[in-house]
Structures are given as C-alpha cells and as structure tokens.
Design a protein around this ligand. Sequence first.
Ligand code: E4P
Length: 216
Amino acid sequence: MQLFIDTADIEAIKKANAMGFISGVTTNPSLIAKEGKDFHATIKEIASIVDGPISAEVLADDAEGMVEQGKVLAALDPHVVVKIPMTGEGMKAVAALHKLGIRTNVTLVFSANQALLAARAGASFVSPFVGRVEDIGWDGIALIETISDMFRIHGIETKIIAASIRKPQHIMQCALAGADIATCPFKVLEAALHHPLTDAGIARFKADWEKSGLKE
Ligand code: E4P
C-alpha cells in the first residue's frame, strides 16, 4: 500500500516529501479553502514538489461543467488527477474524461456498489471515506475490504484510495484490508512515525555512550 498526503498545506507536503514515504497528494475544496491561496497556483506548486498523482477536485455540479473544469485542471500538470464526486453527473464526467485520456479519482464513495459503478465508468481511483463512514456508526475498514475483494475477484484495475483517515491504526487496517493507497493528514503520518519506545531507546543509547567516555 502506498501513502499519499491529504492536504493543500505546502509546508506539510514539503516535510512529508522530504521523509520519502509519500507517493502522491490528495486535496479537496475544504483543504484548498483552508489555505486561502489561489487554487490552480497551489496545485501547480504541489506538483512541483511531489512526483506522483495530485488529486484536484472540480466544483461544478453538472457533467459538462465538470469536464470543462477537469480539462483545465489536467492541463496544469501531467501529475494532476481530476477528482469527481460520486453522482450521476459525476459518472458522465468520468466517462467523458476517460475517453480523453484524463485520469479521475471518484470521491465521496461510501458503499461498495458506488465503487463498482465508478470503476466501470472509467475511474482510475476511487476514494472510500473510512472516517466519515465510522462517524455514522458503520465499519469503514470492512468497506475497504469489500471493495478490495470485489475488485480482485473481477480483475478491476481501478486503485482504491482509503480516504478520511483519522488515526494511525487506520493506516495499518487499510493496508491489511487491501487498499492500494491510504491518503493521510500530516498529523496522522506524524503520529504513525513516532513511538515513545523509539524516543526512550535513543535517549538510553546516548546516555550509555556518554557514560562510557568513548570517542566516535
Ligand atoms: C479525500 O480525498 C478527502 O480529501 C479526505 O480524505 C476527507 O477526509 P475528512 O473526512 O477527514 O475530511
């Protein structure tokens, strides 16, 4: 399973990218709005930092508008993947963009059937939202597992991006459930990176070395 970062915060993207473990970036209108900077310039800047898929979401509600916005977004950088919401109009846009050779990531997926429909419309990626499913008392990891089993049984090549990741446990659970990618906020990646026993171990090694009086 690969790791993407789910943010439009350039500093967080730079920090995570420097640590070598992220292979792509996902954004959404809320994340872009939070940074308060020009949308297209932000996507271009992200694409200049990370060498991998960068999801940028359309804002139109109708298929025609989504396709027009999708073409503009895809022209920003070859790494751009157009994020499309899981609606009937969205599916029309996915099919049209697929014909044009433009990759899409279908977002706001909450059921296995939605994932199947998006894949069959031609989506390159589907994004089931683990955290938001759990917020309403359903099993987000089971959703990932079902989609993963279904895609494997039927040889569907659409990649599963486990989204709405809220805690480090979600990362390993999604990996074991068969997600291709987990897209994580920076704070979840940081939480996954650290362990109190690692910090205690470093402190003990240092103290023992200093006590010994040995030189490097
Ligand atoms: C997915 O691509 C979305 O940007 C994101 O994962 C949503 O997460 P949230 O439910 O924490 O807002």
